[in-house]
Design a protein around this ligand. Sequence first.
Ligand code: UDP
Length: 234
Amino acid sequence: MKYKRILLKLSGESLMGDKQYGIDNEVVKQYAEDIKAVHAKGLEIAIVIGGGNIFRGLSAEKSGMDRAQADYMGMLATVINSMALQDALEKVGLKTRLLTAIKMEQICEPFIRRRAVRHLEKGRVVIFGAGTGNPYFTTDSAAALRAIEIKADVVLKGTRVDGIYTADPEKDPTATKYSEITFKEVYANGLNVMDMTAFTLCEENKLPIIVFDMNKTGNFMKIANGDGIGTLVK
Ligand code: UDP
């Protein structure tokens, strides 16, 4: 396999499948199967999940809610998603640990970096919940931060699109996909890969990012194999 330790970032929205809100169990099951297959190849897998399918701080602020309060609600939403994925991963026979940036002792462990690394070394799939634990951040930033802390080889951003395009492919039919792009080119072309905080963190710490379509079964394995689908940012 090309990588030894990876951090998989899944957006909350990707868990919705065709639904308008919440969690589609079939999608979660499919993710669990894909993750199991890659884990069986000996890869150490850490996961960060967003919460956008349940609650987003920024949207709630637009409807009049205090931003920090709303962001904490968003972080709790990521824990709900993390628990759903944890359940699905255990149903397919994987050992898992959920570590959260906000303490919730009855349901998960607090995030302790050394502990997370130890879990990975022991072959457990580690899920990082509650984002960074701070309002005004996103789970993309949590993914970048945790990936650097645990010295992951790469951040794999699983989305519903299959990579980074020259323009929005849904609006511009002439848009083409990059197979590889540099951090500098992303800035220069005004492309949107992750929010800027997360993106800069990856750049400064020389952490490559791969954007790929997680909703196609088998894609995660291809990425883990280094098969070159999706877009590599380096
Ligand atoms: N959030 C936060 N701090 C973090 C991570 C997340 O405040 O470190 C909140 C924020 O309100 C965000 C919500 O949690 O809108 C859900 O996360 P995100 O929008 O990143 O989820 P995704 O877009 O990946 O589904």
